[in-house]
Design a binder for this molecule. Structure first.
Ligand code: AMP
Ligand code: MN
Ligand code: MN
Ligand code: MN
Length: 278
């Protein structure tokens, strides 16, 4: 049987709900053999995650999911097997976290304009890591206050792309995010390519630009993809010469499509991103 490898997940150090050690415990309980914590723009959970994984006898790959831009849209690039101490990466991520704070101030103002009370304080009350504020924290406030019935509805009505409290944001160009990951000794993996709403020609441009920048892998099996998308992105990986990754993108128990480790194996004809580590 193939090893159960899950290289994409979140803790409360970004927009997940559990502490890093609890994510490790849940991964282990679900039969994961090798696991990566890959919080958004933040590495401060990695030490606790590594320690917990070691205690459980589970393999650990330090990760991060960087917010970046391509063609005016936000894309996510997972950096795997990174050295979180590397100054180029650490300083870059610190800048993105500051961009998050600046964006959050604007989101709070737009929500206030929509008649939402205590938007800033409410979102902050859901933040565990004071350096990392996410739209998800605003979504939790909207849910708390009864403005929406689900987190997804908060995105559909207020926070999603083009909605009333959406703030277009300049993160960092795709190539720069890849450079930071490579500088820190890691491998850059394009996260959930099926989630970006690019036209086909733009999607091709994204894969080419990512490859050109030094990107090595794409997520094929992710909680964000349908079975048809597993097949589609397996073909993309083959045709561009990308390695393939597998990750749940777990955020919280009961949230999202899949739990830690509960996805199909990578198709056997693909080269896994972990081939030289595991
Ligand atoms: P942020 O990185 O602060 O812009 O927040 C984006 C995060 O919100 C994603 O990583 C998901 O965890 C979560 N999310 C949930 N639903 C949506 C949605 N419809 N669009 C974008 N993000 C969503
Ligand atoms: Mn997230
Ligand atoms: Mn993502
Ligand atoms: Mn993610």
């Amino acid at each position: 049987m193939a090893l159960n490898i899950d290289l994409h997940s979140h803790s409360f150090e970004s927009d997940g709900e559990l502490p890093p050690a609890a994510v490790a415990a849940r991964a282990h309980q679900n039969g994961v053999d090798w696991w990566s914590l890959s919080d958004h723009d933040e590495t401060r959970g990695l030490a606790e995650a590594a320690e917990a994984a070691n205690r459980l006898g589970m393999g650990f790959i330090p990760g991060v999911e960087i917010s970046a831009n391509f063609c005016e849209k936000t894309i996510h690039i997972v950096g795997l097997n990174i050295d979180p101490q590397h100054s180029v990466l650490a300083e870059g991520l610190a800048r993105i976290r500051q961009t998050r704070v600046d964006r959050a101030r604007k989101v709070a103002q737009l929500l206030t304009d929509c008649g939402i009370t205590d938007a800033w304080e409410g979102a902050l009350s859901h933040v565990d890591n004071p350096n990392l504020i996410s739209r998800v924290h605003f979504a939790r406030h909207l849910l708390d206050q009864g403005h929406v019935k689900t987190l997804q509805q908060a995105f559909d009505r207020y926070l999603g792309d083009g909605k009333r409290a959406f703030v277009p944001t300049q993160w960092v160009p795709l190539a720069q995010a890849v450079q930071w990951i490579c500088a820190a000794g890691g491998k850059a993996v394009l996260a959930h390519p099926g989630r970006y709403r690019y036209k086909p020609a733009q999607a091709d441009a994204l894969f080419s630009a990512f490859k050109e920048a030094g990107g090595q892998g794409i997520e094929v099996i992710t909680g964000s993809h349908s079975p048809a998308q597993y097949d589609y992105y397996a073909r993309v990986a083959l045709s561009y010469g990308f390695e393939a990754s597998r990750g749940s993108d777990f955020h919280a128990p009961g949230a999202g499509r899949v739990d830690l480790g509960r996805m199909p194996d990578l198709p056997a004809n693909l080269t896994p991103v972990w081939h030289d580590w595991i």
